[in-house]
Design a binder for this molecule. Structure first.
Ligand code: BES
Ligand code: ZN
Ligand code: ZN
Length: 538
């Protein structure tokens, strides 16, 4: 749309460009993302009544009056008031009312979105409120939107974080995986084109920066979502390795990628990883990505669980539990997406990404309950349940990480159903051996609105994973506290290096749609780790 005099045009490239770079570097076939390929974000100082858009989005606390929403337009105030009364709109969270403006202002329609009580509001709710409005806009089949951030948001949060959260809300809430849908379904999905954020002039600077960060964070997140949503027939270990190699190629000089084949991995002594891989026809791949920007002071290794399909192995999963197990490489997807994001963000931190990628299949060659495997650090593991395979592959992934001599190790793994029992679908469990590192990761998660909860690494439970004939066993004695004993198992492989384990079994994959994530892969953890690395590089 044409710019009006007095407006401020953003210098940030459209998301299309960001995403183009990410998708290109992912090696996926150049395809048009129907949902937001051409989304163009801008910050403008246009007054809301002057914005030439299809939809103007206003926000209201619970009980807020129409007069404060549009202070300078009496006529519009009375239309909004009337609509609010007619529809008994109170401004509760998730409530909305839409109003045709009938030419009273430039926008064709107004959507007032309820925010609930001000004291309960946080950055997570901010993203949700933006995502909810984005979804409504798509339902209304409109393409040009202007959001008017609530004035009080700037008092509560830094303008930079408001900008970042708003872009994330739009992109993450509007995401759909339509690759395998027919033409009709693809056409039904409305492509948003112009997204404006209308602000007062003194708010522009910080928001502008936030918008740029939000674009990279959200583009990286949907990069992970796309990978998770692909069927396991596509996302084999070989495919993940190719994605990593392509990332390295596109960011030549910045990202180095190494793929270790089975023979090499065997020579290095990764018996636990290879034990899981041995039942499958697909060759395992040990994937290492590395970036070392000039001026980096700290080195962080991020390890992602990369089981490209988890049947349970000979301890076969029942059909209902196996249905979604293409998602068992969500941690790996997060690591790959992280590097896609890092090519643009370039924080001054040395980062190593590690993925021990394989399938967990039953076959005549598969590892059997009772077998004993030796991990790279020399510890022996009695495998009593082949469905507790993630900790076996991570044992070698973490041992490798220790060899890198980093200042911190973070792993992300769809590790246990027990963690979902404890914390539900939306919250990841966090365990760690270093309070400072725990706090940094927790803080980053709060900034980006990815929910996690600090859980105890309870030493009293250690005897539960002691094996009769090996050093440890891969399942515990008894049935309670399974997410904790899994974390204790992993701790055996991190030496004394500061380490955080995120069990993302719940939030990695949505079984029913939420405001910010449709059914399927969530890309959980991408934004938390990117934020952590940005903070670390400051
Ligand atoms: N990949 C699963 C964990 C999982 C379950 C992730 C549901 C996402 C949703 C993991 O490999 C597994 O099967 N864990 C077992 C461990 C048990 C055998 C000790 C589990 O949680 O049941
Ligand atoms: Zn399993
Ligand atoms: Zn698994």
């Amino acid at each position: 749309m044409a710019l009006r005099a007095g407006t401020y045009a953003s210098a940030i490239p459209p998301l299309a460009l960001c995403n183009y770079i990410l998708l290109q570097s992912s090696g996926q076939p150049a395809r048009r993302r129907a949902d937001f390929a051409d989304m163009n974000f801008s910050i403008k100082t246009t007054s809301p009544s002057q914005a030439q858009v299809d939809l103007l989005i206003l926000y209201s606390w619970r009980g807020e009056k129409a007069e404060t929403l549009v202070p300078n337009n009496l006529k519009l105030q009375s239309s909004i008031k009337e609509a609010m009364t007619r529809e008994q709109f109170r401004g509760d969270e998730g409530e909305y009312v839409d109003i045709y403006t009938k030419g009273e202002i430039e926008a064709y329609k107004i959507l007032v979105v309820g925010l609930g009580k001000e004291e309960d509001f946080d950055l997570y709710k901010l993203r949700k409120s933006i995502a909810a409005a984005t979804k409504k806009a798509k339902q209304f089949k409109v393409k040009k939107l202007a959001f008017v951030p609530h004035n009080s948001w700037y008092k509560k949060f830094e303008p930079e974080l408001v900008g970042q959260s708003m872009v994330e809300g739009v992109v993450l809430g509007g995401y759909k995986f339509l690759k395998y849908k027919g033409k009709e379904e693809k056409e039904k999905n409305i492509e948003l084109e112009d997204i404006m954020f209308l602000v007062t002039p003194n708010k522009v600077a910080g928001m502008e920066k936030g918008l740029g960060i939000g674009k990279i964070f959200s583009a990286a997140t949907i990069f992970a979502r796309d990978l998770i949503n692909e069927p396991a027939a596509v996302t084999t270990p070989t495919y993940l390795a190719k994605i990593a190699l392509d990332l390295g190629k596109k960011a030549a000089g910045q990202i180095k990628v190494k793929i270790l084949e089975k023979e090499e991995v065997a020579k290095m002594g990764m018996g636990a990883f290879l034990g899981v891989a041995q039942g499958s026809e697909e060759p395992p791949k040990f994937i290492v990505l590395h970036t070392k920007p000039a001026g980096a002071r700290e080195k962080v290794v991020v390890v992602g669980k990369g089981i490209t399909f988890d049947t349970g192995g000979l301890s076969l999963k029942p059909a209902e539990h196996m249905m979604t197990m293409k998602m068992d490489m969500s941690g790996a997807a997060t690591v790959l997406a992280l590097f896609a994001g890092l090519t643009h963000l370039k924080p001054k931190v040395e980062v190593v990404g590690v993925i021990a990628a394989c399938e967990n299949m039953p076959s005549g060659k598969a590892v059997k309950p009772g077998d004993i495997l030796t991990a790279m650090n020399g510890k022996t593991i009695e495998v009593l349940n082949t469905d507790a395979e993630g900790r076996l592959t991570l044992a070698d992934g973490l041992s490798y990480a220790v060899g890198q001599k980093p200042q911190a190790i973070i792993d992300l793994a769809t590790l246990t159903g027990a963690c979902m029992v404890a914390l539900g679908q939306e919250i990841a469990g966090m365990w760690g051996n270093d309070e400072k590192l725990n706090d940094k990761v927790k803080k980053a998660s709060e900034v980006v609105g990815e929910k996690l909860w600090h859980m105890p690494l309870e030493k009293e439970y250690k005897p539960l994973i002691k094996s009769d004939i090996a050093d440890i066993k891969n399942i515990q004695t008894g049935k309670y506290g399974g997410a904790i004993t899994a974390a204790l198992f992993l701790e055996e492989f991190v030496d004394k290096i500061p380490w955080v384990h995120l069990d993302i079994a719940g939030p990695a994959y949505e079984e029913s749609e939420t405001t910010l994530v449709p059914k399927g892969g969530a890309g959980y953890g991408v934004r938390t780790i990117l934020q952590y690395l940005l903070d670390l590089g400051k």
